[in-house]
Design a binder for this molecule. Sequence first.
Ligand code: HEM
Length: 452
Amino acid sequence: MTITESINNLNPAPPRVAGLPVLGNALDFLNRPMEFFVESYHKYGPIFRIQVLNQKFVILGGLEANRFLAKAPDEMFSSKPLFGGFAEEMNAPSSIVALDGEQHRHMRKVMQRGYSKSGLSPHLNNMAQITYQTAHAWKPGEIIFARDAFQRLVTEQLGTALANHSASEYFESIRYYLGTLLAVLVMKTQPRIILSMPRFKNARQKVMEFAQIVLEEHRQPGSEHDPDLVDDLLAAVDWNGDPFKENDLLAATIGPFFAGMDTVANTMGFMMYALLKHPEVYNAIEKEVDEHFADGIPSYQELPKLQTLYAATIETLRRYPVAGFSPRGAMQSFDFAGHHVNAGENVIFVNGLTHFLPEYFPDPWNFDIQRYIPPRREHKQGQGVFAPYTLGSHTCLGAGIAEVQLMVSVGALIRAARLELERPGYELKVRQMPIPGPDFNFKLRVTELRNM
Ligand code: HEM
């Protein structure tokens, strides 16, 4: 298969996936998107069209599609159709997710250090402590709703590590505000009217109050903390050379929650499920963390040397990609794999589709950590094969943080408590909410409290 470099209007449009009258492909798209895309890829090839009620999308998936996205010039695809509404709602034109081109590159540079693994480095022990305290507030026999518990944990860790401020008091508001924005403005699965309702307005006010407090604390001369993302934002200028506007600073201060809360918490849920279904892996991780977490958390450079914990983290990101789709607006016409796409069309790159192709990951729906242990090393097969953080200009800026946070949190949780599935035969249901995550009713039982 080759990517056509020159534009050829005579190339046919991508094939349309058969669907129902009116609904089109809505049911498959909303309920089992990855399975649907993988099936359609095998049937129609690496580019096809779908219809979801009155919306039309061109879907691209597979290795060539990932590499196409990776090398696409900045002006070809825009994130604005996806995240522009979010930036508008916050009146924050510098929101990194909604920018493209030069302005976007500038914002990434400003935020690079704050979102890096090394920036997180002084906070690893603290992240583990938050996990230990969470686990030790539970009682043996208690049933835990995993999604809720992990969201709280991850939010608290992100607040402490990236803004040097606890977010626990504001958790409910942050969750409701961001979840509603995602559903209404990004995924468009809920009506806009929700944004004018008192519950949303109250949540918004609380979230802004939190961000304002964080900014004020960082503005105090002599405030003593390890430099973080907010310090970098306050010291930086926008692409015109002016200090950032207050709304941009507020939006950027809550950015880590927007980007990390659901992604990390959902992945953590998937990981705990997979480990409890594979007790030999769970037990091996317990042994590793008992040995290596006893005197504090290893450095981020050392963490991947805990081979089982690392392999299980990578396998969870592969098998359960929570951000396996990258929606974009086509700003220019382009040709791909012999098909023509017009400027203005809505495109979704299914960056996670390669994770389910047996030529790269044999028996792809099976959770198997041996994939990453030499000599297999299936995540190192070249650009675009393992792609949980997507590719191209908007590649996850917090990918390093995500992996370290997952390893520290799951490792510390396993060290602090013994957990089991509420029902031994439980089979996980995945909910799109709006990104894939374990069903709200995914429950764990605490059987024993262990070390701290
Ligand atoms: C399992 C965890 C995570 C996954 C799978 C993930 C995945 C992704 C993906 C696929 C994107 C691109 C979205 C798009 O443009 O369509 C993205 C963007 C981003 N992520 Fe993550 N993410 C994770 C966790 C985090 C964390 C913990 C942070 C920071 C606290 C973070 C910060 C960001 C930022 C700032 C962007 C915007 C980058 C840009 O637009 O240039 N992510 N993430």
